[in-house]
Write a protein that binds this ligand. Structure first.
Ligand code: ADP
Ligand code: ZN
Ligand code: ZN
Length: 767
């Protein structure tokens, strides 16, 4: 063996000094890719890219054994690590500026760690597609004066036109497009080309926005003068803000207590420091009403809703990053808005389930907001009438100070309006309900009285379509979607059977798919059937249905609400869409058609959600001096969630429910994660699930982790979009224990080719 070979092959060989010196001179970049990996990879930065590459930019790298060209994010640059194997080189840099700041890199690394996924996956997901492809911008040619042009031009005799063009450019002091130059110098393009040939001017290419989004101007309104409770709430927030330290404040205020006014005045101070605010709202409450309220108070408000086009989103992203936006209002993903100098984060309706993302990274916006606020030393305000039990737990006396939130309570409605009385109607003995109607006797009488009084009615039903159950009388089987383990819903308006999970549509069947008998029956009531019932019961009233079927067209939401606001419509009925945020003073009756729809779901939060639902729906009435009342139909009238909700007693409900959860050792008293495996062949998925469970249990034993594994078992929806699904539930005493399992067993667990698995930390959806 030659001396040379030994140097490279002998594992114990020390690098010779000149090699070390050369290495020290080199730069390497840490790259993360869009895979569920817990580490990044080091690549050398070739000399040609040294000047250009910065952390936060995307690069192309040769990846894996086959050196496949792969896009990744550069997350750090530094001297190469002392590794034995030779580093590959970065192939190219895809961005001219970093897409994310250092602050965002830190936050996304935290998310990957907290939610057990790849850093590259997080980065890939949080940067809007429109930003990545620079939607709505294009490269345009500009001309600038060459470096020594002024000097060089003196020694030449330029034609008059060229002289003028040069003067125009010198005067402008900034790059100009050809058409701008021609207009200013009153010439054609020939002089421009002439100057360019002489090297006196240069062409450069820059990206520009093709579209400027108008910022809608609205009439400005003054801040209101606060009542006592609001003033106390504001001063708690401002005290925290001025301290320059992070704290989470839970603003527990009944609906109509004026929380939004408090947010706006807190933001007023943040804006006065030249800083920005992020306000997160559930997508559903991004109503024109909310948006308008912010636009009347601040000069520049960016509203990030799901209907934005790629180029609009990109434009807003740039404006926000530039610091040109004072207030960002948006749904969950607005927590990543690239504000350069964030001063406060507010989450309104903190209890809403839409704050949890149900694709990778499965983050909860509240936790991410808290981490971002902590990194910046700014307050996070959580506002709601019905806090989650996770948040409520953190204002209890026995919580450790580092986990505690500060509680601010607002118990009174503005203008001292009373919360509406809530009556629970037991549907078990109601003659109309037994006959198959959805509206019982009491609710019918109440609607009649309200219409007679010229009041308006809101009716809530959580089931869309006409009939949610199609059933065979002969064999007793339900008709299910062939792709999913879910019964099909009859949609009468479109004359189809529809799967609400995979959107499969079929024509109504004339016979049972299992036993071929004719005579399928439709059961249960969806919003379409309710609409029909109301129209025949109250022929004199105008009734409008709002659900995702009737509100498909963009803008239809606003139109419907306008029709209700101006009184053309007397009865508004619908799904979740109408449970929240609406504020119509003339609504004097709210009816909940079936309070039990959520109660019976196999979910540890089903009682909490039932409470939230009744409380939120009740908040839609009693919003003026006309008063209002609520009727809740239920076949479980003694259920504590329904009882406490009817008394508007969140505190007692929370106490009751926390005791229950503590006894069961479930959140917020334990750390949950759920693993879902899915694939087209049932036995293969199950095999992988069992193997994974076994490995997990082995690791838990070896490392003495305090984690309990339940399952695998078929998921409540055992088949979805032709994939069979199995799940496991992990219960741990802390997230640290789960992280150890992830790093040692899960992150590189290999499953059969068509099987996929996801890990959902803090799951809120148990289906
Ligand atoms: P919440 O967000 O707590 O449900 P809102 O902020 O929507 O309550 O306030 C309810 C209503 O009371 C709104 O119409 C709002 O304009 C009004 N309001 C809030 N604060 C005041 C105040 N200090 N003086 C007069 N009206 C107020
Ligand atoms: Zn049958
Ligand atoms: Zn389906």
């Amino acid at each position: 063996m030659s001396q040379q070979q030994q140097l490279f092959d002998d594992e114990s060989a020390q690098p010779i000094p000149w090699e070390e010196a050369a290495a020290n001179d080199r730069l390497s970049a840490e790259i993360v890719v869009n895979r569920p990996l817990s580490t990044g990879f080091h690549y050398l930065v070739p000399d040609g890219l040294r000047e250009r590459l910065q952390p936060g930019m995307r690069v192309e790298i040769p990846f894996g054994r086959g050196n496949r060209k792969t896009t990744g994010f550069c997350v750090a640059i530094g001297p190469p690590p002392k590794l034995r194997q030779r580093l590959k080189e970065v192939a190219s840099v895809l961005d001219s500026e970093p897409l994310v700041s250092a602050e965002m890199l830190e936050l996304t690394a935290w998310i990957a760690d907290r939610y057990l996924c790849g850093w590259g996956q997080v980065l890939e997901s949080i940067i809007p597609a429109g930003v990545k492809k620079k939607a709505g911008t294009r490269t345009v040619q500009f001309f600038t004066v060459a470096d020594d042009a002024v000097h060089a031009a003196e020694s030449q005799k330029l034609p008059a036109k060229q002289r003028t063009v040069l003067d125009v450019l010198i005067e402008a002091g900034a790059p100009m497009r050809a058409d701008e130059i021609c207009a200013a110098a009153d010439c054609g393009t020939a002089p421009i080309q002439g100057l360019r040939k002489k090297g006196l001017i240069q062409a450069i290419r820059q990206r520009v926005d093709v579209q400027e989004i108008e910022t809608r101007r609205v009439e400005r309104e003054e801040d209101l003068s606060l009542n006592d409770e609001q003033a106390v709430a504001l001063s708690s927030i401002l005290t925290q803000l001025r301290s320059g330290k992070h704290r989470t404040l839970l603003l527990h205020g009944v609906t109509g207590s004026g929380k939004t006014e408090v947010y706006m005045q807190a933001i007023r101070e943040v804006v006065s420091y030249g800083r920005q605010a992020i306000v997160l709202v559930p997508e559903i409450s991004l109503t024109p009403q909310t948006i308008r309220r912010f636009r009347t108070r601040f000069d520049s408000v960016a509203v990030l809703h799901s209907h934005l086009s790629d180029s609009e989103r990109h434009w807003y992203w740039q404006q926000i990053a530039r610091g040109a936006v004072q207030v960002v209002v948006g749904a969950r993903s607005a927590v990543f808005a690239p504000t350069p100098n964030l001063g406060i984060i507010i989450i309104d309706e903190e209890h809403e389930t839409t704050f949890k993302q149900d694709t990778t990274p499965r983050y909860h916006a509240r936790e991410v907001a808290q981490q971002r606020a902590m990194l910046r030393g700014i307050p996070l305000v959580l506002g709601t009438a019905t806090p989650t039990l996770e948040s409520w737990r953190r204002v209890q006396r026995d919580i450790a100070p580092e986990h505690s939130y500060e509680l601010i309570s607002m118990k009174k409605r503005v203008e001292m309006l009373l919360l509406p009385p809530v009556t629970i109607v037991d549907t078990r003995n109601d003659p109309s309900i037994s006959k198959g109607y959805s509206i019982g006797r009491a609710l019918r009488t109440a609607i009649q009285a309200t219409l007679k009084d010229r009041g308006q009615v809101i009716l809530f039903l959580n089931v869309r379509g006409f009939s949610p159950v199609v059933w065979c009388r002969a064999c007793g089987g339900g008709v299910k979607c062939p792709n999913c383990d879910i019964t099909l819903t009859f949609h009468r308006d479109r004359k189809i059977l529809l799967c609400h999970f995979c959107d499969l549509e079929t024509e109504p069947l004339s016979q049972c798919p299992q036993c071929n008998s004719p005579g399928l029956q439709y059961f249960g009531t969806g919003t379409q059937k309710l609409e029909q019932e109301i129209k025949s019961m109250f022929p004199g009233a105008n009734c409008l249905r709002m659900d995702s079927d009737s509100m498909r067209r963009h803008g239809s939401h606003e139109e419907a609400l306008d029709a209700f606001r101006n009184g053309d419509v007397q009865i508004l009925l619908g799904t979740q869409m109408i449970a929240k945020g609406l504020d119509f003073p003339n609504v004097t009756l709210v009816g909940v058609i079936d309070a039990d729809t959520i109660l019976h779901q196999p979910d540890l939060r089903s009682t909490e959600r039932t409470f939230h639902l009744i409380a939120q729906v009740a908040g839609r009435t009693g919003r003026s001096s006309r008063g209002g009342r609520v009727l809740v139909q239920s076949a479980n009238p003694s259920e504590p969630a329904i009882q406490f909700a009817s008394q508007h007693d969140f505190v007692s409900f929370a106490q009751h429910e926390l005791q229950h959860r503590r006894a069961l050792v479930v959140p917020p008293f334990a750390q949950l994660a759920r693993i879902i495996l899915r694939g087209p062949v049932e036995s293969v998925v199950l095999g992988d699930a069992e193997r994974m469970a076994e490995e997990l249990r082995k690791t838990i034993e070896q490392q003495e982790l305090r984690v309990r594994v339940l399952g695998p078992a078929p998921a409540p929806i055992a088949k979805l979009k032709t994939n069979f699904r199995f799940h496991m539930q992990l219960t741990a005493s802390s997230i640290q224990e789960l992280k150890k399992l992830w790093h040692s067993t899960l992150c590189e667990f290999s499953v059969a080719p068509q099987v996929e698995f996801v890990v959902d930390v803090d799951p809120t959806n148990m289906r």
